[in-house]
Ligand binder design. Sequence first.
Ligand code: SF4
Length: 923
Amino acid sequence: MADQQSDRELGPDMVRIAGVGGQPAEATLHVCVDGVEVAVEPGTTLLEAARGAGAFVPTLCNDDRLAPYGSCRVCLVRVDGARGPVASCVTPCTDGMRVSTRDPGTVRAARSVLELMVSQLPERALDVPAERSELVRVCEHFGVWANDFGTAYGSARGFDFSHPYVKLDRDLCIACGRCVRMCDEVQATFALTLASRGYATLVVPGSGGTWATSDCVACGGCVSSCPSGALSEPGFLDLRPVSGTTTTTCGYCGVGCTLQVHTRDDAVVAVTPALDGPVNRGHACVKGRFAHGFARHRERLTTPLLRRGGRGSPLEPVSWGEALGFLADRLGRIRATFGPDAIAMICSSRATNEENYLAQKFMRAGIGTSNIDNCSRLCHAPSAAGLVASLGLSGGTNSMEDMEQADCFLLAGTNTTEAHPVVGARIKQAVLRGARLVVVDPRRIELADFADVHLRGRPGSNVAVFNGLAHVLVEEGLVDEVFLKERADGWDELRSLLADYPPERVEELSGVPVDELRRAALLYGRAARPAIVYGLGITEHMHGTDGVRTLANLAILTGHVGTPQGCGVNPLRGQNNVQGASDMGSLPDLLPGYQKVVDDAARGRFEATWGVGLPARPGMRIPEMFDAAISGRLKALYVFGEDIMSTDPDTGHVQAALEACELVVSQEIFLSRTAASADVVLPGASFLEKDGTFCNFDRRFQRVRPALPPPGEARTDFDVILAVSDALGIDVGIRTPAEAMRECASLAPLYAGISHERLDREGALHWPCRSVDAPGEPTLYLEGFATASGRAQLAAKDYLPPGEEPDAAYPYVLITGRRLEHYNAGTMTLRTPNRDLVPGEWLEMAPDDARRLGVHDGDKVEVISRRGSVAVPARPTPRASSGEVFLSFHFPEAPSNVLTSRVVDTVTSCPEYKVTAVQVRPL
Ligand code: SF4
């Protein structure tokens, strides 16, 4: 936290300490540490002041991610006038203090404390490499050696190796409490405690039993903080040094955690969160932190595969030359016979920005079609449409840093602690610090336990609930009339619509009790800095775009967007680069930087740079691609990094589309269900093997760097698309990811200032970043909204029922979503020990529904929709409301998308994954 800078007033030997949050603060106290004058703000500890003065003070119980604790006492310093040594980590500076970190008597005292501590430890504590053990480094500092270690317990306390990722060697525990505090203060799961007293004190799961059966969510915070090696992870049980460490961005969810990937012998040894990660600041979750075993899994695709004998024949390994020759021949013939629009590509929200940029350029400039789309169609297309219509840009309005300043969260349709765990943990921390929390979700998700109010509306009733909240804001005089007058349009129309949404009617439409709706509106409306954070529970509906717009209304009505005191409206993006794939123009109607295909001037700029005419009409969206394949208009479908057979709704329809195509290409890292249905399979690379960038949920570009080469003959997806282009004789004009980013920046004003070189220098940049000198905009719209009028647009949208409603034949509503330990189609996480943590799917159902059906925990049931059925064990749980059931889509053996319908958002064609009418039958 110390920010040393020259300051004439302080003199050459003086340093100034930055304030909380990295903001320079007014320094009012002056402290002298080892002869160096330091100016600090009130509240600065002696440890921070000493660091600011360039002095080294050893610590063991201190972790900068945690509140000061002061238990280990190895950070002793002498303060003039004090009666004895003081613990620097918990002692605040006072003006005029004179501090010595080198006073011989104090150093002796600290050494004695350390000797006492290690006298309880076995010598093997010193075997842990110094770079992984603060204890070893502190011992080296004080000259404490092996013969100071004792044998009080020897190896008597044993191990808890029950958990696949968190390994406890009890004999190395020094009871510093860092693991417990990480679990409490950073992860806010409260799974650990210190048990016993005196020398016998050690960490244990708070629930008793083993680590594996505890409440641990395997974020790895405890492991990363443990200073002695008592807590370790599998890769680091092997004490050999790693051969390389690569800093990159997580390839799982859209939070965008910065990770350090440690490798040896061409494999990942361990992944640790970067302490200076701009978003995660030394935290991560069970996926990014531990689920890396898939990278060298034996089932990775390492050569191209081809059905040499045509449909019905097996996929056989072939050379790149043969696969590319086949592909060029078939794609070339289809294009020549049926025209370029007979070809379509589904791009990858998992792939880098540069790969998506290259892919859409290949399709538009090379093949000559706009038939390109990405999986944002299935998740956040309504966010793009809704936020653009209401505010102007296709991204969340505020940064993670802004959101942390919120005094109230309105969390809607997001199971944040499971789907975006690091953001979820931050929200829990904010609530524990005093922020208020309103949860809008039909399920009793974990964050509902932290909430002041939980609005448990029926699936599909979001618009009614948001209109009801707005009604109360108006009724209670919580609307910012000045803001509306100066910065928004549509108030009169909305006000008249809201008159039809009194809480009593909203209760009828949604099931949300009147009192709770009122309470939620008052919490949001009276907050000074409220933040709206939402997820797929808002977008994946027949009226998903209306859901986004009516949610955005709340921020506009109260003036809490586009203002310094507003924390805005923030969609949590599901996949790691779903924001970036759309940013890069992997969309049928939008070129990179959200420039419209139909805009002649915008298209003309791309044509001039690319040297080729581009299709002036938007292409097909994903659902239209499937329909066109079945009707015979689409002949070739190139699916890049998506398992559409698992993730897209109504699997039977998707299968029929693939079967109808003359050519299906799958570019994948494993033989997914989609790859298994393809005619040719091209082996791609995982995020651990790539060079480029991702863009996370708060519009932050961050670097992705290769820690490993792709296995066997697999290639990065960038190289695969280049090879396919070359085979077709198409010159895409760029040969490296850095060139792709440079070209994109030159064509898309939103990213004009972004380059790999700059990201390598500066770490991360928010878009819009309109020039190489611009810092990027973490907070949007401070100078005006980006709509045509420059004003926010309120939306008067009536509640309309969902596409499928329960009836006598299908009386339950199925909601689908994610679970913490797994990710999307399970392609990666199911090939890691995450499968040991959660081995299979189950149906969540309300206890009263289970009782009515005579279903007990673990009983197998059949879930049946109008399209198919899935058999799974049932688990009665209060997380589910009566009449509602929940399944994830992670497990191939429980393919929930067999059940989901083809109902889509009326504006964007995003499927209605959150409302499917089903029946449940005990087996
Ligand atoms: Fe962070 Fe998301 Fe990766 Fe977890 S999955 S480490 S929360 S980016």
